[in-house]
Design a protein around this ligand. Structure first.
Ligand code: FBP
Length: 332
């Protein structure tokens, strides 16, 4: 279906948004949009090209790497290195930061962190998956290679954070301090167009996203909250339904549009939960707050945490403001 007349393209939107021409952000976001198109194509053909299934190795997280995890990671690294608009990259799939260290990228003012494929378990099932990206201004001087401290900044320093959701349509959603906007890929034009301007997360919704199999392994306060979510009153379910997709990006996208809450807390055996602070929790927290929601680690605002290690994990609670207030009261 051709895009509605008048939908502004991602490139035109970002060039208007970041008027300061030499910021490099419009070009960097265009590079990320190009990666999104490639991954959407690769994921759509994975079954035909023998790219489903596991790569046969374990990554730095101790998780089995899917072939698509590796392909998506390579697409991101090659495209951002070639684009010349970021000094380096941290990825869930690479143990160390990738410092590009060439003239163009050393002169860039930004670094990028990514989860190339979020929801890896869904790849072989033809279910929604995502990519998550974060853009920080460098703290190291331009003109030289990026440094480790560039990648270990609190989420409050983010200038851009977003995700791509590969589903019935391919959407790129990104936040700045000025709000959250969603763009849909128009295959016929091979470009993204604004379809969800100024997304605001409803103060409450119908859904909580939690892997209920962990119910008997979480703290009493969280158990109390899940009991509340599932409480039955006058023979009616409520107040919330459980929608847990196994892909943070998919759960986040639904909760952003309809209202809801997602949490992956510490559980017995996982003292800091599963999600990684730098390239999963921080970008999603930034997006949630820019849309009027909230995100914590159960005690503190996610965006205030100072990362010690690029792959460190954090308990993660994110979503509609009023639901987050209820949850935090239950945990207190
Ligand atoms: P990956 O980035 O490795 O896919 O891990 C993140 C994630 O898939 C989230 O998207 C999802 O919410 C969660 O892990 C599912 O974990 P579990 O299978 O333990 O519920």
């Amino acid at each position: 279906m051709a895009k509605e007349e008048g939908n502004i393209s991602l490139g035109d939107f970002t060039r208007r948004q970041f008027r300061d021409g030499n910021s490099g952000l419009p070009a960097l976001i265009q590079d990320i949009g190009g990666v999104a198109k490639r991954i959407a194509d690769e994921a759509g053909r994975a079954a035909l090209d023998g790219k489903l299934g596991a790569e046969g190795r374990v990554n730095v997280q101790g998780e089995e790497v899917q072939k698509m995890d590796q392909y998506a990671n390579e697409i991101f690294i090659n495209a951002l290195r070639t684009g010349g608009h970021c000094a380096g990259l941290v990825s869930e799939e690479t143990e160390q930061a990738v410092i590009f260290n060439d003239e163009a990228n050393n002169n860039s003012g930004y670094v990028v962190l990514i989860d190339p494929i979020d929801g890896s378990e869904n790849i072989d099932l033809n279910m929604s998956i995502g990519s998550i990206f974060s853009v920080y201004p460098r703290v190291s001087g331009r003109g030289k290679p990026a440094k480790p401290e560039d990648f270990l900044q609190p989420g409050a320093n983010l200038v851009v954070a977003g995700y791509i959701i590969y589903s019935t349509s391919t959407m790129l959603v990104y936040a700045t301090g000025a709000g959250v906007n969603g763009f849909t890929l128009d295959r016929s034009a091979n470009d993204f167009f604004l379809t969800h301007p100024q997304i605001r997360i409803p103060p409450r919704g119908r859904y909580y996203s939690f892997d209920n199999s962990y119910y008997n392994r979480v703290d009493p306060g969280l158990k109390r909250y899940v009991d509340f979510c599932m409480s039955v009153k006058d023979n009616k379910n409520g107040p919330y339904s459980n929608r847990y997709y196994g892909c943070l990006v998919a759960d986040m996208h639904r909760n952003l549009l309809k209202g809801g809450i997602y949490f992956y807390s510490q559980v017995e055996g996982k003292p800091n939960g599963k999600l990684r602070l730098c390239y999963e929790c921080n970008p999603m927290a930034f997006i949630a707050e820019a849309a009027g929601g909230a995100a914590t680690n159960g005690k503190k605002r996610i965006l205030e945490l100072s990362p010690a290690h690029i792959h460190q994990r954090s308990p993660f609670f994110v979503g509609s403001r009023e639901m987050m207030e209820e949850l935090m009261d239950a945990l207190a």
